[in-house]
Design a protein around this ligand. Sequence first.
Ligand SMILES: *[C@@H]1O[C@H](CO)[C@@H](O)[C@H](O)[C@H]1NC(C)=O
Ligand SMILES: *[C@@H]1O[C@H](CO)[C@@H](O)[C@H](O)[C@H]1NC(C)=O
Ligand SMILES: *[C@@H]1O[C@H](CO)[C@@H](O)[C@H](O)[C@H]1NC(C)=O
Ligand SMILES: *[C@@H]1O[C@H](CO)[C@@H](O)[C@H](O)[C@H]1NC(C)=O
Ligand SMILES: *[C@@H]1O[C@H](CO)[C@@H](O)[C@H](O)[C@H]1NC(C)=O
Ligand SMILES: *[C@@H]1O[C@H](CO)[C@@H](O)[C@H](O)[C@H]1NC(C)=O
Ligand SMILES: *[C@@H]1O[C@H](CO)[C@@H](O)[C@H](O)[C@H]1NC(C)=O
Ligand SMILES: *[C@@H]1O[C@H](CO)[C@@H](O)[C@H](O)[C@H]1NC(C)=O
Length: 808
Amino acid sequence: MTRTKLSHAMANLCIQLIFFIFLFFISALAQNNGIVPLGRSLTAGETSNSWLSPSGDFAFGFQKIPDKDLYLFSIWYNNIPDKTVVWYANPTNTVPRGSTVALDAQTGLVFRDPQGLQLWSADVNPNQVDHGFMNDTGNFILKGSDESWLWESFKHPADTILPNQELEINGTLSSRQSATNFSQGRFYLHFQGAVVLTTSRNVLISDDGVYYPNTANWSNDGYKVIFDSGGTMYIRKVNNQTEQLSPSRLGSENYYHRATLDFDGLFTHYYHPRNSTSNSNWTILWSVPDNICLTIKYKGVIACGYNNVCMLENGRPVCKCPKGYVLRDPNNMYGDCKANSLVSCGGVEGDSVENLYDFEVMNDTDWPMNDFYQISPSSETICKLSCLQNCLCAVAIFRVNSCWMLKLPLINGRVDYRLQSKAFIKYHKSDAPPAYPIVPQGYPVESKSKDRGTLILVGSVLLGSSFLVNLTFITAACLGVYLIYQKKKVIFHLNTDAKDINLHIFPYKELAEATDGFKEELGRGSFGIVYKGELQISSKGSIIAVKKLDRVAKDAEKEFRAEVKTIGQTNHKNLVRLLGFCDEGQHRLLVYEYMSHGTLARLLLHDPKPSWNLRTQIAIGIARGLVYLHEECRTQIIHCDIKPQNVLLDEYFNARISDFGLAKLLMISQSQTMTSIRGTKGYVAPEWFRNNQINAKVDVYSFGVLLLEIISCRKCVEDIENIGEGENPILTDWAWDCFQEGRLDKFVDNDLEALEDKMMLKRFLMVAIWCIQENPSLRPKMRKVSQMLDGIVEVMVPPCPSPFCSTS
Ligand SMILES: *[C@@H]1O[C@H](CO)[C@@H](O)[C@H](O)[C@H]1NC(C)=O
Ligand SMILES: *[C@@H]1O[C@H](CO)[C@@H](O)[C@H](O)[C@H]1NC(C)=O
Ligand SMILES: *[C@@H]1O[C@H](CO)[C@@H](O)[C@H](O)[C@H]1NC(C)=O
Ligand SMILES: *[C@@H]1O[C@H](CO)[C@@H](O)[C@H](O)[C@H]1NC(C)=O
Ligand SMILES: *[C@@H]1O[C@H](CO)[C@@H](O)[C@H](O)[C@H]1NC(C)=O
Ligand SMILES: *[C@@H]1O[C@H](CO)[C@@H](O)[C@H](O)[C@H]1NC(C)=O
Ligand SMILES: *[C@@H]1O[C@H](CO)[C@@H](O)[C@H](O)[C@H]1NC(C)=O
Ligand SMILES: *[C@@H]1O[C@H](CO)[C@@H](O)[C@H](O)[C@H]1NC(C)=O
């Protein structure tokens, strides 16, 4: 009995053993010839989670991400210690344990998450697939029963090409996010007859975004990039000639090769000894561009983010925030930096800017194309003082005997030792009282919108405090404003009696009662606070807005009356109507109609966006209001502070411009102390900073910015925290970028209503770009702007608004 049992058991064991050995043999066989039959699958997290090539050089499957329970669906070099990845699926490739990849007759090659949801599949007819094959070249191939190649990973490269691989016209590589994050990164290689490196995903429309090659006209007579089996990379040209890319001197007998578009933007040919000892590494054989930090063709960000500084270390870009700035994302040194504190100029009354700000010096650092003002000749001392006095100035660059002032955000910062320059980085001393913008925001500002991040909070543009006016440019700017004002003042002295116009003169007491003792604040503007009030006219109450002026010089009484008269004479459906005023002792108040729908600024922030139709009507209304102010009323009125806070909406959502006619009053009081430029940061025309005549074209500029805001529902200077990576926070630049690339969809953030009306959208965008031309003489007059918006006058394709633009 026991004997037979024992022999049975033995036999069983033997059979099992033989079966096991057989299985092992089969699987070993399957592994070693590289063939993957139908029905095979791999599961992330299990021990056997790859298919090997015959030599074992390459593996296809799931590679574990170090220190995480995540797996990368990829192909990698399997015989070297760091298992370098050469292919991965896009866009999803990093997945949790339990995800699968399967090859079967129903689905072909598919990649699924643990719940069975399909994440990726090979683009092939599954019925034709007979088996897969992991080639020793690193190519994973799906073959038909006749051995024909139906699909191959070489034809769908990620960021790397290998020997035996080719790249044809329109072939693209795209970089990963970082060394260990395989999400889509910032860089692309497009083969366009030449190897072109760019930050733009699409095949090129213009050379914007291209950072290699460095010339606009590269030769494009190549038809293939060939990485031959010997490890030489070259372009084969139409005329059968070749253009060598990387030098050939190593061969592939003893070395592995790969060419990767690295996450930091360099296209690099690496080699690695085949019989690797434990600590051999990939070595760079060749890479382009030589110095990615010095690429300035593109206005957007290339190697390092906004406010960051790029420098080369061992041939690779490294980014470092300047003093006073920190990384927006501490784990991404290539990203944006943000200022630790508000960079401005204002301080507590009586405190000088020198006590608030200081400079950090950085040698040979520059942000080309960010300067808004140049002083030449200048000394180092003047350069620093000028920056200290200028609220917009974040950095001053001094070189030889010139000084450049730069504003935020700083783009394309880099170290260039050839420069021999000094950068003075302005920062707010940590022990100093907090800075605040001297001129308050325009009227009326929503009380909620105070906290908008540190970078952009600077309310208004102005040139520092009253001493040190000897600085040439401040004097020049102020003098310009002053002189213009002087001319106008003469006119207003002629008639200062307001009684002959139809304006009600209110006693102060009556207004105090109407506003219930100035209780309900509607907003704060450049001139004072606006209160809500109610007047008892006949039996029906009428709601009013009372503006208490606090910035008009005490002895400017005549001017006040003159201005009020000018304002009182205006009558247009796109202007807020002045009902009356009060001028009693030191009290100066203006009484306006009340606008029930608040400011345009608030409307534009509304989520969801206000309708495209409403937005276009508002834009047209504002343009008409400005035509009236500039050309149709008795005295020309330049607004000087057009922005969404100064456009109100009545009960029918008609746009009504407010705060017009007051700019001159403010200038009188300021020309005496010579402290301030009118306008609000982001909307002010560049000529305010220059020694130019200020004319109605400043309003055209501001209208252009406002029009862009209406089209896109974005702020004129967006906080970098609110925008996508690589988007330009400066709306005027972003508009030009999108227009250049023909990406209206990007500009309106996929606003379907606007995109359906593409003709009008394009027309509005082109009009806006005409308005924001830096050269005032290129800007159309408001009448023409209005006609173009209405579609009465044809709109030409506008040139680049800035003289710094690359040619299109
Ligand atoms: C592996 O790739 C090489 C080079 O492309 C090719 O010649 C060879 O036929 C491939 N092997 C198989 C079994 O498909
Ligand atoms: C490359 O892409 C462009 C734009 O999509 C297209 O016009 C062109 O025909 C493509 N060329 C080839 C060879 O596929
Ligand atoms: C990779 O980066 C992207 C974008 O920054 C992020 O969303 C994703 O979570 C990262 N993936 C991993 C695995 O860290
Ligand atoms: C552009 O191409 C022309 C003709 O090939 C050449 O003469 C010229 O030097 C090129 N310009 C640049 C900047 O490379
Ligand atoms: C191109 O070069 C190949 C090999 O170098 C050769 O076989 C072929 O005849 C050449 N074709 C022309 C048109 O010159
Ligand atoms: C590979 O190893 C052999 C002997 O171990 C050695 O002779 C050869 O030089 C090595 N090749 C390389 C590229 O290091
Ligand atoms: C290889 O590269 C890794 C990471 O780049 C580095 O830490 C290591 O020191 C290198 N080893 C050698 C021998 O250069
Ligand atoms: C900057 O350059 C000056 C001389 O031009 C030198 O004295 C100073 O040490 C340099 N500073 C730094 C941080 O390299």
